[in-house]
Ligand binder design. Sequence first.
Ligand code: B4P
Length: 191
Amino acid sequence: MVNFLIFGPPGSGKGTQSVMLAEKFNLLHLSTGDMLRAEIAAGTELGKKMSTIMSKGELVPDEVVIEMIAHKIDGSKAYAGFLFDGFPRTVAQTAELEKMLNDRGMKIDCMLALDVEHDELVKRLIGRAELSGRPDDKDPAVIENRIDVYNEKTLPIINYCNERGLYLPVNGMGTIEDIFGRLVEAMSKII
Ligand code: B4P
């Protein structure tokens, strides 16, 4: 199994690229954002609690997403590996993921980090709000908070991965196809 993290600020294209990359390389795409939105859509108790946090642009508690991921990792042997999208988002989540994988004889093989300029992130998320109706995309103040939360809580993962030789920056500016091409080239050298 070859396991990738797709990393970047909100609106950097993680979800967009993950769907295409998972298909191309036969990876299981695990998006904690999608899993949480599914809980909200199903009206579960967990979904109700998480919806308030998410609509403010804050991160949900580490233990919630760690448990979701742990469930998905077991019993998914038909794939060439995992593509973790939007997870981990804190150093604590990263250390826990590393442990989860190591306990199962696997590891994180590479962190693909999308680099995108601030104004472009805001433009993409505002654009998505019209189509998706996502409450966290509608309000510019919430978008700015998500970017601040990313800078404060998520960005330190780069150092953590860099120290382990896993950090691979990828230019996330340009068309979806251009960025896909860059990611495919980078991943092909590892798979
Ligand atoms: P996520 O669902 O992970 O969402 P995201 O970071 O906002 O979006 P993503 O980066 O995947 O979007 P994309 O650029 O593909 O998280 C939502 C919330 O869930 C978080 O704020 C948090 O509350 C919670 N959460 C999730 N995981 C968590 C965790 N591990 N721990 C704690 N909390 C967690 O797409 C954006 C838009 O840009 C789309 O409209 C797309 O079409 C467009 N786009 C993409 N690439 C483009 C390009 N090259 N050019 C033009 N447009 C492009």
